[in-house]
Design a protein around this ligand. Structure first.
Ligand SMILES: NC(=O)c1ccc[n+]([C@@H]2O[C@H](COP(=O)([O-])OP(=O)(O)OC[C@H]3O[C@@H](n4cnc5c(N)ncnc54)[C@H](O)[C@@H]3O)[C@@H](O)[C@H]2O)c1
Length: 311
């Protein structure tokens, strides 16, 4: 089986190790923090057991056995087919890590970064192997949320994106291609619009934070677990998308035409939204609820996989 080098074994690196190991790949981990590296295999093995309860890993013990630890970054990426980088979200860190990766990994290996917000052109331009570098931005945590946004720099070879797409699909993820570099890629741009409007509606007193959450959790979100906005509008008018746009386009334009201003995310508005939310969980409470969330998402993903395709 091919080997993937996982660079950085924090939250995201460990989740990627989980995805590749259960997908049948050999996994080699490296992190400069000795404790983070030493703890990673056990944490990943436990998370593999967790997802296996929902059928997202068929043999978690065998998957855990495929995971090994390297003594250096260079050792982690020798003879690999793929590298997933998950180091700190700072340009200087990505520059340093990618220079070392490009020097040490076989020329045939793809070098993918999990970066949330730093486009690849900011840290790969000077590399000899820049054509094999791209962003593969996951959503936390990728071992239960399958989407991964692929975005190359202007010099990334199309073949790099094609091969990366095939590899992520093979290990059970859902890759999409961002065709041009853009801040926030796609998912966070969509999320930004929704969150800004949520902050405004709650901060300006139109609705409580709890009731706003219900409109997503028990409203829009139920559809969105199975279809995106385009498929949603297609089903909301008898003649499909053009019909929907003719009926509702102008109204939707009016509803969204007030631009987001800095005060929406300013101190006063945030304080009002936080007061409306009215909760102050401890870090331990948050950790417990994150586990519950991941477990529920894994169950939903398993449910989705088991469904017949719509006609
Ligand atoms: N947490 C999220 O929600 C999320 C979602 C999508 C993408 N990402 C991206 O994934 C990457 C990792 O984020 P995270 O949440 O796992 O962070 P994290 O802080 O949990 O882990 C980062 C790890 O990188 C290690 N590290 C430090 N210097 C390094 C170096 N020079 N080389 C390699 N590793 C090094 C640290 O020891 C740490 O274990 C970031 O680029 C982040 O933007 C994060």
């Amino acid at each position: 089986m091919p080997t993937v080098g996982i660079i950085g074994t924090g939250l995201i690196g460990r989740a990627w190790a989980n995805v590749f190991a259960r997908g049948g790949w050999d996994v080699r981990l490296w992190d400069p923090d000795a404790a983070a590296l030493a703890n990673a295999p056990n944490l990943i093995a436990k998370a593999l057991q967790d997802v296996a309860r929902h059928g997202l890993a068929t043999d978690p013990a065998a998957a855990a056995k495929r995971i090994g630890v390297a003594t250096s970054l260079e050792d982690a990426v020798r003879d690999v087919a793929f590298v997933q980088e998950n180091g700190p979200e700072r340009v200087e860190a990505k520059l340093e890590i990618f220079a070392r990766l490009d020097a040490a990994a076989p020329a045939s290996a793809i070098l993918a970064s999990s970066s949330s917000a730093i486009v690849a052109s900011r840290f790969t331009e000077k590399l000899k192997g820049r054509a094999r570098c791209l962003i593969a931005h996951p959503v936390n945590p990728p071992h239960v949320v399958p989407i991964v946004e692929l975005c190359g720099a202007p010099w990334t070879a199309p073949e790099t994106v094609t091969r990366a797409r095939a590899i992520y699909e093979e290990v059970g993820q859902v890759p999409i291609e961002v065709k041009q570099e853009i801040d926030g890629f796609i998912l966070n741009r969509m999320q930004a619009v929704l969150l800004s409007e949520a902050m405004r509606l709650v901060g300006e007193g139109f609705v409580s934070a709890e009731d706003l959450d219900k409109t997503i959790r028990d409203g829009l979100g139920l559809r969105w677990a199975f279809m995106g906005p385009f498929e949603t509008i297609e089903l909301n008018a008898p003649q499909g998308t053009p019909d929907y746009c003719a009926r509702y386009g102008e109204t939707l334009y009016k509803l969204s035409s007030r631009p987001v201003t800095p005060d929406v995310w300013g101190k006063e508005n945030v304080a009002r939204a936080v007061e409306s939310w009215g909760r102050a969980p401890s870090s331990a409470d948050i950790l417990k609820k994150q586990r519950w969330r991941d477990d529920r998402i894994a169950a939903l993903v398993a449910h989705k996989r088991a469904q017949p395709k719509a006609e």
